[in-house]
Design a protein around this ligand. Structure first.
Ligand SMILES: Nc1ncnc2c1ncn2[C@@H]1O[C@H](COP(=O)(O)OP(=O)(O)O)[C@@H](O)[C@H]1O
Ligand SMILES: [Mg+2]
Length: 271
């Protein structure tokens, strides 16, 4: 069970069995006078589900952006698979197996559910004219493979019956499932999820959790920022707690929720 999927640098949990897939090292992000991230170091392994929690303003979204490549930190390093990607943009990281689930962009509402998935694959083989001209058979094969993958993913998130409907007609929860399925089209090694359960009806949260656990079993790693503590408790192998831009602690859900410093951090928010 202990897969060492998250190791706090200098902490007790060190992953000695395999190198980290995604790492931040002493990352600092400031907004004016606010230190949103004040020297955070974390490592995420190639397996399992890591939850990132913490009170409002702790720096979760900022860390998420730094991991995804949507924000360059003022100081510190980000490494992917051992290489420095601190300045590598989002799309380059996506090509290398780091996926991030977005809210469905508005313009994609006017495409069907299936089209949304097919569009998720960059370098769509049909786009390259020379390939169409010289290897039409291969293009057809590639398109068929994409469709097959899209269909399999839609089936798993129970959206296959809606494949031909416009994405704009889906419920908020269904859009989240579509968004996740889209992120999976590229067969990522690690998926960053920003509040996947927020605004999702309880029945669909179960579908979502089942989907994520299935992918985990197949070897996909996840880093999840989430407020829904039931969701975090049932899904995450490890939880890391941010407060005031710093890593407060990491451990299992039970360990971190029993930690007085964590309770104090959350109470500080209520007070
Ligand atoms: N774009 C921004 N401009 C100015 N301040 C920001 C910006 N984004 C985040 N902050 C500030 O940085 C801190 C951390 O924010 P954030 O990462 O959104 O925390 P969380 O997601 O944990 O609620 C907060 O004090 C927030 O107000
Ligand atoms: Mg946030």
């Amino acid at each position: 069970m202990a897969e060492g999927l998250l190791a706090a640098r200098g902490g007790a949990v060190a992953d000695t069995t395999r190198a980290a897939l995604l790492e931040v090292d002493d990352v600092v992000v400031t907004f004016g006078g606010v230190r949103a991230l004040d020297g955070v170091s974390l490592a995420f392994g190639a397996r399992g589900i890591t939850g990132i929690v913490g009170p409002n303003g702790a720096g979760k979204s900022t860390l998420f952006d730094v991991l995804a490549g949507a924000r360059t930190p003022q100081a510190g390093r980000v490494r992917w698979d051992g290489r420095d990607v601190t300045r590598a943009p989002l799309h380059r990281r996506a090509h290398e197996g780091l996926a991030r689930s977005f809210q469905i962009a508005r313009e994609l509402d006017s495409l069907t559910v299936m089209e949304n998935l097919l569009l998720a694959s960059p370098g769509h083989p049909g786009d390259a004219l020379w390939r169409v001209l010289f290897t039409p058979g291969k293009v057809r094969d590639a398109e068929a493979a994409l469709r097959e993958r899209a269909w399999a993913l839609l089936t798993r998130v129970r959206l296959a019956p809606l494949a031909d409907r416009l994405a704009g007609e889906l419920s908020g929860g269904q859009k989240k499932l579509l968004e996740l399925a889209r992120a999976l089209m590229l067969s990522p090694r690690l998926v960053l999820l920003d509040e996947p359960a927020a605004g999702v009806a309880p029945g669909l949260v179960e579908v979502l959790a089942e989907f994520i656990l299935g992918l985990k079993a197949e070897g996909t790693a996840f880093v999840v920022v989430e407020h829904n503590m039931d969701f975090v408790a049932s899904l995450c192998d490890r939880v890391c707690v941010l407060a005031d831009g710093a890593l407060l602690t990491t451990g299992t859900f039970d360990e971190v929720t029993a930690d007085e410093r964590v309770m104090r951090a959350y109470l500080g928010q209520v007070a």
